[in-house]
Each structure stands twice: as structure tokens, then as C-alpha cells.
Design a protein around this ligand. Structure first.
Ligand code: SF4
Ligand code: SF4
Length: 522
């Protein structure tokens, strides 16, 4: 009976991850030898490199006078005393919300920048980009430009090659040491730590930090380079969700460049359609990621815009309009593509040029006004609102604070003389780098008085205390009152701390007494 049944249908399908189709997750690195280029974006990148490296290396050495009791360093992460100094701002651990606010601002700022000008962070300001650019400049200085580098790489290992290799890697390592060295100065007084490091008296963790950062800087900047962006950094994946059709990004305008031709004059004389791209590969040769922007938007593209400089140079030399590769929005690109194809799907150069060879007026040119749109406005307003809120809180912040915790068990004690005593744990925070004299007083507690554990029961209306600079003073405080003078078993009153220089900190607390005794004396 089984033999009579027809064979089951076989579907023409193949698993997407079959060994035949499976792509390797990692491709071995192919050496890239980016050619030097000059132009507007290259100059901007040099400027960004100068600014970012200067900020990084110089910041710990900026001095800021905080008096005799605090380090005179403008930016300092003082892990030992759990303080963060930033010029006139001093942040304590319980004020970590400032740091959280700054992180949220950095996140929204990244959203704002990416939605307007794409991966500008990757192209100009990311430490990986900046340090790779620096390492490439060293490589070019020692080995020469692209062609010389390729030649040297293929050459047998001679004494000249050995000297160049040793020289290049030594400078790279020196940059790594300086990078790690600069980092540790953010965590201690820089001049003191420098002399300790040089005299081998610094803590072990300082040397370990320099060693680790030297190794990572050398490996990421000199050896892995573009591999870090392609395989290690999550940002290229995240940015896809932030771009939209109005975001500016580096674009090859194939509506103008295609059909590309190395021999344009000959093709034109033969009546063939020819675009502006002369297929010179200059844009590929300068790319630090080693990719071809003419293949469209790619995850590897860090939008450094060096291909724009390279192509603009070629277009200028050929007497064409610049901007064959340019910053453009997808929206404008699509409109121009529609114009160039006329809906046929084939680019027709004659549709975008006049008889005189000029680009027609209908072409949509992207300008930087496209950055102002509802989405970017929302990001900007959110970013500014958080910044303003933080500035307001900072401006209203008082550097003298008091926190009070009422005893839970027992909430009160009745003394021999019939008065009632409540105990409190008080913390007075002097958040300035100077000592302070303060007076602790009570307000709103009829007949109330205070004593400290060493007052031997002697209560007073005010207690004077000296606060150490930049310290928290824990205090055990007893408050006494006659329950006959109180209106209820629970009285809300204030513990007030006033400094001689006029600062005031107030804590609202309860005074508790037995239920039955209130008002007896009245
Ligand atoms: S394709 Fe152009 S913008 Fe993208 S990484 Fe290469 S040179 Fe930079
Ligand atoms: S540099 Fe310009 S002209 Fe040369 S290949 Fe690239 S896009 Fe074409």
C-alpha cells in the first residue's frame, strides 16, 4: 500500500543560514593605505583634532584657586574623597543626579547631531577617529604617502624598512604612553602625581592605568583602526535608527555621476551618455575605511567627508561643478534621482544638464537649513531644558546643608523633671573648601532646648559648632521640651543651621511627646 502512494512534494527552499549561504561574521583585515588629501573637510578635521587633543591633554593642568583646603585643579575626579571638581562646581556623591543629567544631555545631544548631520561624531570627534588620524599622520611622516607605503609594505625586510618600522611603532607607543599618562592626571593633583610617577613613587594603579591605556591606544589606533568601528563599536548599528530622510549625510550623487566613464570624451564623441564620475577612484584611495562611497550608504562609512574633498579636487581640475560627492539628504537625493531618470529607472545625464553643460535649475541642492525641523527642534528643546534645569538647581544650591533622622525606638524619653527628650542623628554638610562656624538653633518648638551627648544634660537654646572644610559633621542631638507647653503629641518644628557668613540650612522634623500631657500647664 505504501508503495502506491505518491512521493511527498519537495519544496524549493533553502535555509537562510545554510553553510552555502552563511557569511563569515568577521573578515580578516585587509591593509588600507589612505592617500593624503587636502580640502575643506580635511582642514576641519585637523582643527577638530587640535581642539580635542588639546582639551584632553591640557585640561588636568588648568589650575583653579580653591583656597588652602582643596586641590587647585580645575577638573578633578577625587575618588578618595568622593568629589568631582569642575571649575567652580563641586559635586558630592549625593548630587550624582548632575552627572546623570550630563549623561542624558550627552545622549540627547548625540541624537540631535546624528539626526541632523549623520555620524558627525564618528567622523570628527570620536576618540577612535581622532587617534587613528594622529597615527596615520605619523605613518605618513615616516613611510610617505599611499604609494610609498604600499611599496614599503611589499618590499623585503631591509635595514631601511626596519628603521622605519621601529621609528613608527616607537612613536605610536609614545603617543599611547602620553594618552594613558594624561588620563591619570584627571584623578589626582597633576603636578604632584607627575613628580611621583617620574620618581617611581606613584601608586601601582597609576602605572597599571598607563600600561593598559598605552596598550589599548596602540592596538586600537595603530593596529586595528577601522576594525574597531566596523566590528567593536555598537554606534554604527544604533545610528541607523536615528537617521531619517532629512538627515545630512555623505552621499555620492549618482544621478549626476552615472554612467561613470574613464574615457568621457571618447564616449561623448560616440554619442554615449556620460555622467560626471571619471572613475578615478580618488574617493576610494583617500577613505580611511577603505570603502567606495559610490556603493551607497554603508555601515563602515564614518562620514569623515574626505571623499568629498578628493572628488571636489578632481571635479575642479576637470572644470565640472563640485559636489559630485556631497552632504545631502535622502529626500533631496530621491528628488534629483527622479529628475535624472524621469521615472524610467535609468539615469539620463541629458535630463539634468542644459545644452551648455550646466546643471539645470530644478536640481534640489541640500543646504544646512534642512537641520531645522520638528524632530531636531524637539531634541534641541529637550536638551536645552535639561541644561537649564541643571543650571537653575546649581545656581540655587546652597553649600551648607543639614539632614536629620529622628530616633525610631524610643521616639521620646520622659526625664525625671517631667520634660520630654527626643533624639536625632544630624548631619551638617559643609560643601565648601573652607572651614565654617555655624550656630544650630530650634524654631517652632515652644520652650525647646538642645543638648549634645557631652553636655551632661545641660540644655541650651543655641549650639555653636566649627565645621571642617569639605566635610560632613555627624552630630547626636537631644531636643528637650515641656509637654505642657505643646499643643499636641506631635509638634512640627525646625532645626536651623546658620553660618557666620549668612548661609542657612533648615530641616523640618517632629517632636514627639506622650499623648496625655499636652497643655497641662496652660
Ligand atoms: S566613504 Fe567617504 S565619508 Fe565615508 S568613511 Fe570613506 S572617506 Fe569618509
Ligand atoms: S573621486 Fe569623484 S570622479 Fe573620482 S571615482 Fe570618486 S566619485 Fe568618481
Amino acid at each position: 500500500m505504501l508503495a502506491d502512494q505518491p512521493a511527498p512534494e519537495r519544496f524549493d527552499v533553502e535555509p537562510v543560514n545554510s553553510p552555502k549561504q552563511r557569511q563569515p561574521l568577521y573578515a580578516a583585515r585587509k591593509k588600507i593605505f589612505p592617500r593624503a588629501v587636502s580640502g575643506y573637510f580635511r582642514r576641519f578635521k585637523w582643527l577638530m583634532m587640535l581642539v580635542t587633543l588639546t582639551i584632553y591633554y591640557v585640561t588636568p593642568w588648568i589650575r583653579w584657586d580653591r583656597g588652602a583646603y582643596a586641590p587647585d585643579q580645575a577638573v578633578l575626579i577625587d575618588l578618595e574623597h568622593r568629589r568631582f571638581f569642575f571649575f567652580f562646581i563641586e559635586i558630592w556623591p549625593q548630587e550624582f543626579y548632575y552627572v546623570a543629567g550630563m549623561l542624558v544631555m550627552a545622549g540627547i545631544g548625540l541624537f540631535l547631531v546624528t539626526s541632523t548631520v549623520g555620524r558627525a561624531w564618528c567622523g570628527y570627534a570620536c576618540p577612535q577617529t581622532v587617534w587613528v588620524d594622529l597615527f596615520l599622520a605619523v605613518e605618513r611622516f615616516i613611510d610617505g604617502d599611499r604609494n610609498a607605503q604600499i611599496k614599503l609594505d611589499a618590499a623585503p625586510f631591509t635595514a631601511t624598512k626596519a628603521v622605519k618600522r621601529i621609528g613608527k611603532h616607537t612613536i605610536w607607543l609614545a603617543i599611547g604612553v602620553l594618552t594613558g599618562g594624561a588620563w591619570i592626571f584627571y584623578f589626582a593633583d597633576a603636578p604632584t602625581l607627575l613628580s611621583e610617577v617620574l620618581t617611581l613613587q606613584a601608586p601601582l594603579v597609576a602605572y597599571l592605568t598607563i600600561a593598559i591605556l598605552t596598550a589599548t591606544t596602540y592596538t586600537f589606533g595603530g593596529l586595528l583602526r577601522e576594525q574597531v568601528c566596523t566590528y567593536m563599536c555598537p554606534w554604527p548599528r544604533i545610528q541607523g535608527a536615528m537617521l531619517d530622510e532629512h538627515s545630512l549625510t555623505v552621499t555620492y550623487n549618482d544621478w549626476r555621476g552615472e554612467p561613470r566613464n574613464r574615457h568621457a570624451k571618447k564616449a561623448i564623441s560616440e554619442g554615449k551618455p556620460v555622467g560626471d564620475c571619471v572613475d578615478c577612484n580618488a574617493c576610494v584611495a583617500v577613505c580611511p575605511m577603505g570603502i567606495d562611497i559610490r556603493d551607497g550608504q554603508q555601515l563602515e562609512c564614518i562620514t569623515c567627508a574626505l571623499c568629498i574633498d578628493a572628488c571636489d579636487d578632481v571635479m575642479t581640475r576637470l572644470g565640472h561643478d563640485r559636489g559630485l560627492i556631497s552632504y545631502a539628504t535622502l529626500n533631496d537625493y530621491n528628488q534629483n534621482m527622479e529628475l535624472a531618470t524621469g521615472g524610467t529607472g535609468t539615469i539620463q545625464p541629458g535630463r539634468i544638464r542644459t545644452a551648455a553643460g550646466k546643471l539645470v535649475d530644478k536640481i534640489k541642492h541640500t543646504d544646512f537649513r534642512s537641520v531645522v525641523r520638528p524632530r531636531t527642534i524637539v531634541y534641541f528643546v529637550g536638551w536645552s531644558a535639561i541644561g537649564l534645569a541643571m543650571l537653575t538647581v546649581l545656581a540655587l544650591r546652597t553649600p551648607l546643608q543639614v539632614n536629620v533622622l529622628h530616633d525610631r525606638n524610643p521616639v521620646f524619653v520622659t526625664l525625671k523633671d517631667g520634660s520630654v527628650r527626643n533624639g536625632y542623628d544630624v548631619k551638617i554638610l559643609n560643601m565648601t573648601p573652607n572651614p565654617r562656624i555655624v550656630a544650630v538653633t530650634l524654631e517652632g518648638l515652644p520652650g525647646g532646648s538642645m543638648s549634645l551627648p557631652d553636655s551632661r544634660g545641660k540644655a541650651s537654646q543655641a549650639i555653636a559648632i566649627e565645621l571642617e572644610p569639605d566635610k560632613v559633621l555627624p552630630l547626636r542631638l537631644y531636643v528637650h521640651a515641656d509637654p505642657g507647653e505643646l499643643d499636641s503629641a506631635k509638634t512640627r518644628f525646625q532645626i536651623k543651621v546658620t553660618s557666620v557668613d549668612g548661609l542657612t540650612a533648615i530641616a523640618d522634623v517632629n517632636f514627639e511627646a506622650p499623648e496625655t500631657q499636652q497643655g497641662k500647664a496652660k
